[in-house]
Design a protein around this ligand. Structure first.
Ligand code: C2E
Ligand code: CA
Ligand code: CA
Length: 570
């Protein structure tokens, strides 16, 4: 036995790399522990067996050709990725090198050495990374980059001549769910919505998540806009079924944009069109859909340009405040005005809050905007002594707490010499929750000053009544969506009646919003509402116009806004 033989034996035995010797028929002559471990077997059991016993069937054909080439001496070695069969039935990915090590001249027989490394982990990691790069981790749906690939493929299959439609879906007010129940519950809601969308479409359609609460559906082989609308209706119905989030039953609505493939339009362009249409659906009041039209391009301003313009608008005084009367439903006299902000845009005319409030919130400009509106509202009270009622100002959640709303309000009152009991602040349910100690103390200090806090859009949030009422609330405004359901002899009527009596028993004043018809007016009165607001009583206008054309049914009350059964509040 030579020193070389010894060395080879010890390398063979101790190598961390799996090594085996096979004869030119493919039978194992010897193998080391590392090789046996990869197979999950004892070396002794493997010796004498044919290599094909442990080879994945799909790799056999190629292996056989290669082994024959090496064993016949026509190829010195070969290297490949190869799947082996583990004793427990698993497939093990390996990198295999087969080389011809000994050639017995007398018999003409070759002996081959096989070296293998287990690369299963490496492969798994690689697959995982590839998957992560293409799929959304939360829902497992394709992400944006995978969507673009799939949509590009779909478009080229149909030669771009038609039948692909793209739906861009966005959950309405999703932030409310996150704010009310926390992000984990929000994630659960996203997962459930994703599942419902997936279950509503055909197997050949693609559902992707772009992040946040945005989904894109690629409908393959859609011939008409109507067909796309039909499939969208199925999705919408499924998504809008009640959903359990954080132990509460909630209903979400979605806004959707639809775009059909167009000659020469790529995947990115098509998704952008659907996105624009979705944005238009949001602007049109949410919970609906819009089909892309060319003029949407011109209409839609990018968020960034709106933000820049808004900063300028605030600095240059382009914001206006209009006032809408709140009336006593018994007498139709005006008891208060709600301040509603408008933007007198230099080229686009008068813009409504829905066109810019969201951008304002996102860019934190709403704090400055809120300050201006408060000043205007206090200015109104100071300049019109003949008006004895209150002015209600909408307050964004961002203004409460760290932004110190109390200080902002106090300085507006100071600057105008107005008494705090003339001011009401309209705050949404989420704002009333006062999640942080800073928010809580801000609201408490405002109440202590004698300012009314009102819950705005009551019924549209998901908060429990008790948590909303943890702060002293002076009044409550029932959201317009319930007014729209008045007279349905069902939930609409039940909610309205219950809320009206609740406000009475909690000593709050109740205001029903969005009264447009005499019919709604009389039902609201029957349900026990004391105050109301809506186009039937008056639109929002600059205060000079409102006070100038005070009609008989638009009289100002002497004593404004009384608690049910108690004396005047002013
Ligand atoms: P909101 O507080 O619910 O205000 C009521 C909205 O309903 C107003 O729309 C008002 O014009 C409209 N409205 C009133 N009566 C009727 C009616 O009978 N029928 C219909 N269809 N609509 C009616 P606007 O002025 O567009 O305001 C939209 C929202 O913008 C407000 O909803 C409020 O959340 C927000 N907003 C307005 N001004 C301010 C502000 O100064 N600061 C903040 N943070 N938000 C504001
Ligand atoms: Ca309001
Ligand atoms: Ca409201």
């Amino acid at each position: 036995m030579t020193h070389d033989d010894d060395l080879f034996r010890s390398i063979f035995r101790d190598s961390p790399i799996g090594m085996a010797l096979v004869d030119d028929a493919g039978t194992f002559i010897a193998l080391n522990d590392a090789f046996a471990r990869i197979l999950g077997r004892e070396s002794a059991d493997v010796v004498g067996a044919h290599y094909s016993t442990y080879t994945h069937p799909d790799d056999l054909q190629r292996d056989r050709e290669m082994m024959t080439a090496v064993a016949s001496g026509s190829m010195p070695y070969y290297q490949a990725q190869k799947r082996l069969l583990h004793h427990n039935g698993d497939t093990v990915w390996t990198r295999v090198t087969v080389s011809d090590v000994a050639h017995d001249a007398a018999s003409g027989r070759h002996t081959c050495i096989i070296q293998i490394e287990d690369v299963t982990e490496v492969r798994r990691t690689k697959e995982l990374l590839e998957h992560r790069a293409q799929y959304d981790h939360l829902t497992g749906l394709p992400n944006r980059s995978r969507l673009v690939e799939l949509l590009t493929a779909a478009l080229s299959r149909t030669g771009n001549t038609a039948p692909v439609a793209v739906l861009f879906i966005d959950i309405d007010h999703f932030k409310l769910i996150n704010d009310s129940f926390g992000h984990e519950a929000g994630d659960d809601a996203i997962i459930e919505v994703a599942r419902r969308i997936r279950d509503s479409v055909r197997p050949t359609d693609v559902v992707a998540r772009l992040g946040g609460d945005e989904f894109v559906v690629v409908l393959d082989a859609i011939l008409t806009e109507n067909a796309a609308q039909g499939l969208l209706a199925v999705i919408t119905d499924a998504v809008q079924e009640p959903l359990v989030v954080g132990g509460h039953e909630v209903r979400v609505t979605i806004s959707t944009g639809i775009a059909l493939a167009d000659v020469g339009l790529g995947a990115e362009g098509l998704v952008r069109r659907a996105d624009l249409a979705m944005f238009a659906a949001k602007q049109a009041g949410r919970a609906g859909s819009e089909v892309f039209r060319e003029d949407l391009h011109a209409k839609a301003l990018s968020r960034l340009s709106v933000e820049a313009e808004l900063r300028l608008a605030i600095a240059e005084g382009q914001l206006r405040v209009h006032y809408q009367p709140v009336v006593d439903l018994g007498t139709r006299e005006v008891v208060a005005y709600e301040a509603l902000v408008r933007w007198q845009h230099p080229t686009r005319g008068l813009l409504m809050p829905q066109d810019f409030i969201d951008v304002c919130e996102a860019a934190n400009l709403v704090i400055e905007l809120g300050r201006l509106v408060l000043l205007d509202a206090c200015g109104l009270i100071a300049s019109y002594p003949e008006f004895k009622g209150k002015v209600f100002v909408n307050v964004s959640t961002r203004q409460i707490g760290s932004a110190n709303l109390t200080r902002v309000v106090a300085s507006a009152l100071d600057a105008t010499g107005v008494s705090p009991d003339r001011l009401g602040l309209e705050i949404t349910e989420t704002g009333m929750l006062a999640a942080t100690p800073a928010e809580h103390s801000d609201l408490a200090r405002l109440t202590a000053m004698g300012i009314d806090l009102l819950i705005d859009d009551f019924g549209t949030g998901y908060s429990s009544l008790s948590s909303v009422l943890q702060n002293p609330v002076a009044g409550l405004k029932l959201a317009r969506e319930f007014t729209l359901r008045l007279g349905d002899r069902s939930t609409g009527d039940r909610i309205s009646t219950a809320m009206a009596s609740l406000t009475t028993s909690l000593d709050m004043y109740g205001i029903i919003e969005g009264i447009e018809t005499e019919a709604q007016y009389s039902i609201a009165r029957k349900h026990g509402w004391s105050y109301g607001q809506g186009f039937l009583f008056g639109h929002s206008l600059p205060i000079e116009e409102l006070l100038a054309d005070a009609k008989p049914d638009h009289e100002l009350a002497d004593s404004a806004l009384t608690l049910p059964g108690s004396s005047a509040l002013t």
